[in-house]
Design a protein around this ligand. Structure first.
Ligand SMILES: *[C@@H]1O[C@H](CO)[C@@H](O)[C@H](O)[C@H]1NC(C)=O
Ligand SMILES: *[C@@H]1O[C@H](CO)[C@@H](O)[C@H](O)[C@H]1NC(C)=O
Ligand SMILES: *[C@@H]1O[C@H](CO)[C@@H](O)[C@H](O)[C@H]1NC(C)=O
Length: 557
């Protein structure tokens, strides 16, 4: 269908929820009588119900019911979006795609699915942390998918129209002023869970297999000649301009790290570079244009040491006041020259001993001590670089509307899990500023673009400018570890019944120039419970957002 048919408002909200409710009710009935639900729900039924009818009325709400009970009173905006959609919209779901999601994300047989188009409207305005959209997020009903579901042609509601700044696209970035140095193991480089190749292809290429001019010096520990060659081939194949070397096997980790400085300084490509950048294999730069712009405010012809402290005050106390390498450390060439000249003394056994904070010798400490002992240069803080020494649910950070210059520690383990390579896909249709930019709708949804779609059933009665304390520091938690970097945070809404969110799991740049994002909500998510411990919803659900480029701009207007 799409735009070829006459466009009309699909249903009024009130109507839509009445229908959704009936549909959901039917589904629950079927489930109740044929016992297709999982043990969890069945035992709830057995425990509380005296009859099937009671069972149904005491059933936990589905997503649609949950939403309908709160959104009912909101008048949907009747104003037509001011611009036409730039693409044909199709809302008939693709069965294969749904099946794949179900398997990949462990959804139950019956789940709800909602698809919504978003029309990007690029205007000469500044980036706003949160933008009010005078439309409702819900404009039709979510559909209930199960094994009996038949594909159908469905028309789409009008797209959400979001005004955004005219920030540059990642494909036009020129990173030729940077050389990046990373030291890691072959094993981490190659394993699917830890391999940084996809992430590097975002900030070291134009997104279409060509280098953006940024140079990567990769030192691999524990690699054979064949493995070095394999790594080189993989990187070159991804369009990344990289040179792969073997780390000195006798060096400890802190020294392998410091050795990146002379390796970059002696590299022939250094002549045309302004900044030699130390980073970890899980450092991510979401906005290369913005990064260049921020660094342009500093004089690269002077010796400079630029970076970020850990945002956890405990870690600063523990390890010292220095640039924490995961956030990225930017050395001007004259600074790197001075370190290179003093390299032997900076890496001596004594220096290594002195770089031991009680947690083993630290490369970041070795670097700081080398610089501070041999120059008057002191750390320059660059706001927006993030070490992200955070534990637990990182939503409060990623939903804060900020525009980070770097991200780190997103591969799980003891740290948080995030998918920055997927998050930044939307920048290809919307510009770099769009990543993690927030849009608030008239029905109390907040889209934190590419991270989550959150719904606040009791309204938004808190300060969206403050971070939500969904995450914590590594032990010990003083209660104010992050305050110097993030400000005091508002209380977490976990388990309050006041928030429920769909989190982005994947995003794709489509052939027609749109970007699809897949946000998933699991019924048993530990966060989305009412104060009495009951889940806020009994259904898994998926929201698919499809971002359409600004056609006016595409045409060069
Ligand atoms: C939002 O839309 C409604 C209904 O179309 C209109 O009455 C209202 O003035 C609009 N508000 C703003 C802030 O544009
Ligand atoms: C939308 O579909 C119509 C009819 O199928 C087609 O003529 C038109 O080119 C399509 N427009 C876009 C932007 O793809
Ligand atoms: C980047 O800029 C440099 C110098 O301004 C230029 O020589 C180079 O061709 C550009 N590279 C890319 C990939 O655009």
């Amino acid at each position: 269908m799409g735009v070829s048919g006459p466009r009309r408002r699909w249903f009024s909200i009130r109507n839509a929820f009445a229908r959704a409710f009936i549909l959901a009710f039917v589904m629950v009935s079927i489930a109740g009588f044929f016992l297709q639900f999982d043990a969890n729900v069945s035992s709830t039924l057995a425990h509380t119900a005296t009859s099937a009818k009671d069972a149904i009325s005491q059933q936990m709400p589905t997503v649609s019911e949950l939403l309908s009970s709160w959104v009912d009173s909101i008048t949907p905006s009747t104003s037509k979006p001011s611009i036409r959609p730039s693409r044909n919209m199709t809302c008939g779901a693709d069965r294969n795609k749904l099946r794949r999601w179900q398997k990949q994300y462990g959804l139950r047989n019956t789940f709800e699915y909602l698809k919504r188009y978003v029309q990007v409207n690029r205007l000469p305005i500044p980036r706003s942390s949160i933008t009010w959209i005078n439309q409702t997020f819900l404009a039709g009903e979510s559909r209930v998918m199960d094994s009996n579901w038949e594909p159908e042609d469905a028309s789409c509601p009008d797209p959400l129209v979001v005004p955004v700044s005219q920030s540059p696209f990642p494909s036009s970035a020129n990173a030729s002023e940077f050389m990046f140095g990373v030291s890691t193991t072959y094993q981490r480089f190659i394993e699917t869970r830890t391999s940084p190749i996809n992430e590097w292809s975002y900030w070291l290429t134009n997104g279409h297999g060509k280098s953006n001019g940024g140079k990567l010096i990769l030192k691999l520990f524990d690699a054979t000649d064949d493995q070095l060659q394999e790594a080189q081939t993989k990187l070159t194949g991804a369009g990344i301009d990289a040179d792969v070397y073997r780390s000195e096997p006798q060096d400890i980790m802190a020294v392998r790290y410091l050795s990146l400085v002379p390796a970059m300084f002696h590299h022939p490509a250094r002549d045309i570079k302004k900044w030699l950048v130390l980073c970890d294999d899980d450092t991510f730069f979401p906005s290369i244009h913005a990064l260049s712009e921020m660094l342009a405010e500093h004089d690269h012809t002077r010796p400079l040491y630029i970076g970020a402290l850990s945002e956890d005050v405990n870690n600063v106390q523990r390890h010292g006041s220095q640039a924490f390498g995961g956030a990225g450390i930017f050395l001007s060439v004259p600074m790197a020259e001075r370190i290179t000249n003093r390299y032997d003394s900076c890496r001596s056994d004594q220096a290594v001993n002195e770089a031991n904070s009680g947690w083993g010798p630290q490369g970041d400490i070795l670097l700081r001590r080398c610089i501070y002992a041999n120059s008057e240069v002191r750390l320059t803080l660059l706001h927006g670089l993030w070490q992200l020494d955070i534990f637990g649910d990182p939503s409060g950070f990623y939903e804060s509307g900020l525009r980070p210059l770097s991200l780190h520690h997103y591969r799980g383990g003891i740290w948080h899990i995030a998918h920055p390579w997927h998050y930044t896909k939307v920048a290809h249709v919307c510009g770099e500023d769009c990543t993690l930019q927030r849009f608030q709708t008239a029905d109390n949804f907040v889209i934190s673009n590419a991270f989550s779609v959150a719904f606040y059933p009791r309204g938004i009665d808190f300060d969206l400018k403050q971070l939500e304390a969904t995450f914590g520091p590594a032990p010990d938690d003083k209660g104010w570890n992050f305050d110097f970097a993030m400000g005091p945070r508002r209380p977490s809404l976990h388990k309050t019944g006041r928030k429920i969110s769909w989190d982005l799991q994947e995003a794709t740049l489509n052939e027609d120039g749109t970007v699809s994002q897949v946000y998933v909500l699991k019924h048993d998510d530990w966060r989305w419970k009412n104060p009495d411990g009951a889940p806020m919803t009994s259904r898994d659900s998926v929201i698919e957002l499809v971002w359409m480029p600004d056609e006016e701009e595409e045409n060069g207007v």
